[in-house]
Design a protein around this ligand. Structure first.
Ligand code: NAI
Length: 455
């Protein structure tokens, strides 16, 4: 039987990054991947959506070019060509990971893996007809879209009328009417794309706000922007059933129906642990997710988990870090994930990016903190490039120590700026320290520095 120092189950961002680090650290490593390297992120998540959204952004710019003294008559978007390009981008990146695995001497088996048990050779995993043994086991099997038992929903997914993030990315035509169930990250990004390319989009969200835990002042600006662009938001609405060419919902005690050509279900994801054989080695799960500590350890010595499968913070960049933290600990270099300073981004147009405490979380935790918002119009570059833009940056500091607890932005480039704010939060930087740093001019990030002078 082939034996390894490490068997990684799942080749998404947590798994492939961990495998790279393990191989660099001298571990003989095997990755078992049931579908394609890159996982959801590369194949049906982060990268494909960003490819689509970039095409939509170009199209939006063309449609609004006259505001900037430029005219493109008859700008058109070819959704089929956009989807084809997405396929090429994905293929290139997935190929790149395969090449890296090869270069580093990581073996990759394309089969679904099942944990059989443990003996003196290590943890036994079956993939296809072959059994492998690993001294250590890292589980990175990710997550799948939740499809709750709403009457008619599962049948609609089976018939293709309702889709998850996976299927909608390959849809070759633009629906005239699209209903999105769930106004979270996936729902908003896809609603943004289909709104740009001409669909009549309705978002049904059960909460009274969109974008989940995003700072409410920021999510309200996003809501205003997208209402203006023509998306219909039904907030505080409960989906009661999915019918023939419609989604039925209850709003303010009344039964209503939203007719549509297709439905996107984006109401969260659940950890992928079914059928893995976790019970054969006694790995503890909680609500279907593997329980880990901040070093990536499970309750079983030698078994680790990273990425969405731990149900903590389902983001690809969290998964990368969790994978490498687990490997560092395997190699005897103590390391932990600092969850409190992990940034998040919603790639709408305008973009939303956040890190740390929000206006709501400081109240809930009773923190003695100050939250102040600043218009991005303090930035000359923002004004030059955003006709009618209403972006802000909101900064949250600790009143006594004056260290930065949170930064939230809505406005383009926010996705590229937020890592700097994440460093401020991670390093518990004080307002006075950041004021002494020089930010490039003219940029949108200058508003953070300007804001700190007013706090
Ligand atoms: P989500 O958790 O972001 O949002 C789900 C939304 O659906 C919530 O607002 C919730 O209140 C609502 N909801 C739940 N049940 C409902 C029902 N029956 N009717 C109406 N609304 C309902 O989940 P989403 O958007 O599916 O994304 C899944 C995961 O993927 C998230 O963890 C997210 O962080 C990650 N992701 C991250 C991206 C990014 O970082 N840019 C992009 C896409 C996904």
């Amino acid at each position: 039987m082939a034996t390894y120092d490490l068997i990684v189950l799942g080749g998404g961002p947590a798994g492939y990054n961990a495998a790279e680090r393990a191989a660099e650290g001298g571990m003989k490593t095997l990755v078992i991947e049931g579908r394609a390297l890159g996982g959801v992120c590369l194949n049906e998540g982060c990268i494909p959506t960003k490819t689509l959204l970039y095409s939509a952004k170009i199209y939006d710019y063309a449609k609004h070019s006259q505001e900037y003294g430029v005219s493109f008559d008859g700008a058109k978007i070819d959704h089929g060509a956009v989807v084809d390009r997405k396929g090429r981008v994905v293929k290139m990146l997935v190929g790149g990971i395969g090449a890296t695995m090869k270069k580093l001497g990581v073996d990759v088996v394309y089969e679904k893996g099942t944990i059989l048990g443990r003996d003196e050779q290590g943890f036994k995993v079956k993939a296809g007809d072959t059994e492998y043994a690993g001294k250590q086991l890292l589980i990175c099997t990710g997550s799948v879209a939740s499809v709750p038992p709403i009457p008619g929903l599962r049948e609609s997914v089976a018939s293709g009328f309702a889709m998850t993030n996976r299927e909608i990315l390959d849809m070759k035509t633009v629906p005239e009417k699209l209903v999105v169930i769930g106004g979270g990250v996936i729902g908003l990004e896809m609603a943004s794309y289909f709104n740009s390319v001409g669909s009549n989009v309705t978002v049904i969200e059960m909460l009274d706000h969109i974008a989940g835990p995003t700072d409410r002042e920021i999510s309200n600006i996003l809501l205003k922007n997208y209402k203006k662009k023509g998306i219909n938001f039904l907030l505080g609405a409960k989906v009661t059933s999915v019918g023939d060419k419609c989604v039925n919902y209850e709003l303010e005690g009344k039964q209503e129906s939203a007719p549509c050509d297709c439905v996107l279900v984006s109401i969260g994801r659940r950890a992928m642990t079914e059928g893995l054989g976790l019970e054969n080695i006694g790995v503890l799960t909680e609500r279907g997710a593997i329980v880990t500590n901040d070093e990536g350890r499970t309750n079983v010595a030698g078994v680790w988990a990273a990425g969405d499968v731990n149900g903590k913070l389902m983001l690809a960049h969290t998964a990368y870090r969790e994978g490498e933290v687990a490997v560092n600990n395997m190699l005897g270099k103590k390391d932990v994930v600092h969850y409190e300073s992990i940034p998040s981004v919603i790639y709408t147009n305008p973009e939303v990016a956040s890190v740390g405490e929000t206006g709501e979380s400081i109240k809930a935790k009773g923190l003695d903190a100050v939250a102040q918002s600043f218009t991005l119009k303090y930035s000359g570059r923002y004004i030059a490039e955003n006709e009618g833009g209403d972006g802000i940056v909101k900064i949250i500091i600790d009143r006594e120590h004056r260290n930065i607890l949170g930064v939230h932005m809505i406005g383009n480039y926010a996705s590229e700026i937020i890592y700097g704010a994440a460093m401020m939060v991670e390093k518990k930087m004080r307002v006075e320290n950041v004021r002494k740093m020089v930010f490039p001019h003219p940029t949108v990030c200058e508003v953070i520095r300007e804001g700190l002078f007013q706090m």
